[in-house]
Design a protein around this ligand. Structure first.
Ligand code: PLP
Ligand code: COI
Length: 339
């Protein structure tokens, strides 16, 4: 097998052996098939290409010290994909079918699950698209569900190190009653210009404010936001953010640590009262925030001066990773061991 430098993987695409597929036709989902091709043919008038009928998921599998492979909170991703399907008029993929596809693709690509010592993981990318032709703006009649996997390292190249983020008021990612709470491609297309601008200015991500009032924190480009003040874990409540499974897990872990969890609107000014802040997500894990610059208001909120994550971010990060890699007991039943 080709030699992979497991400890120095970035968050990118690397071909693996197999992907799995399942099609929806005549009102029902078919059987799961295994493919070794990285491409497929599609009608040029497919709704995913024209009208954005596309939803995806992001999840990870981890190899433990014991050699076993663990998948984190698979049922939650199945449920969120179903919610995205309802959001953009695609047929829901049943949880059992979703789980079967995930377990199959991970098993078939077992050799790409990074070794425990590397700290890397296997990123799993489920994708559901409308494939049949439609020229009027209408949902497709046929759909394709595909899952591919690729080994990854940290999303932000700095890894578990604080990075600066920026508020750019002239861009919105999603509208309050729009599709922000679904994991659909259009939201990411809408974030590209602001994201690239932020990167060009040396920031790791954009911190979006709510699109209506530009008053409350929404989320970071590809991740949810949380702040720590004293013994409280504070995270935004908003109709335009993705309900992050990592954030949900961190809230539980914070509670387990005896912290108070607050899910509510978070006005931008409150940033000045936080001891620590972070971005969280499957890809981002916890990415501590060093500083948030509000360029329009000429303000900076500083969370780390010494280049190190704060103590609560540190604790939550290690706790979460310990459960994912099987170093600590899975007391909340979050992990599926691949047999
Ligand atoms: N917010 C956005 C916009 C995302 O793309 C992601 C990544 O999936 C998240 C938040 C984090 O969600 P999760 O923790 O379920 O990966
Ligand atoms: C994830 O965290 O899984 C994501 O999907 C974030 C980004 C790569 C889109």
């Amino acid at each position: 097998m080709e030699s992979i430098d497991w400890s120095n993987l970035s968050f990118g695409y690397m071909p693996t052996d197999y992907n799995v597929r399942c099609t929806y036709k005549d009102g029902k989902w078919g059987d799961i098939t295994i493919s070794d091709s990285q491409t497929f043919e599609m009608h040029m008038a497919a709704t995913c290409l024209h009208y954005g009928q596309e939803a995806f998921e992001g999840m990870k599998a981890f190899r433990g010290k014991d050699g076993k492979i663990r998948i984190f909170r698979m049922d939650e991703n199945a449920a969120r994909l179903q919610s995205s399907c309802r959001g953009i008029m695609m047929p829901e993929l049943p949880t059992e079918k979703f789980n079967e596809a995930i377990l199959t693709v991970v098993k078939k690509n077992e050799r790409f699950v990074p070794p425990y010592e590397s700290g890397a993981s296997l990123y799993i990318r489920p994708l559901l698209i409308g494939t049949s032709a439609q020229v009027g703006v209408k949902p497709a009649k046929e759909y394709l569900f595909i899952v591919f996997v690729t080994p990854v390292g940290p999303y932000f190249k700095e890894g578990f190190k604080p990075t600066p983020m920026v508020i750019l008021r002239q861009y919105d990612r999603a509208a309050p009653l729009g599709t922000g709470r679904y994991k659909v491609g259009g939201n990411y297309a809408a974030s590209l210009v602001a994201g690239e601008k932020a990167h060009d200015m040396g920031y790791s991500a954009v911190l979006y404010l709510d699109a209506k009032e530009k008053k409350y924190i929404d989320e970071c480009g590809p991740a949810n936001f949380f702040g720590i003040r004293g013994n409280s874990y504070i995270t935004p409540k908003s109709s335009s953010i993705l309900p992050s499974i990592t954030n949900k897990s961190l809230m539980q872990l914070a509670e387990d640590l005896g912290m108070t969890v607050e899910v509510r609107q978070v006005p931008e000014e409150e940033l000045s009262t936080f001891d620590e802040a972070g971005a969280c997500g499957t890809a981002a894990v916890i990415s501590p925030i060093a500083r948030i610059d509000d360029l329009d208001e000429n303000k900076s909120y500083i969370f780390s001066k010494d280049g190190k994550p704060g103590p609560i971010c540190e604790k939550l990060y290690h706790k979460l990773r310990a459960i994912q890699y099987g170093d600590e007991p899975d007391t909340h039943n979050w992990v599926t061991i691949v047999e």
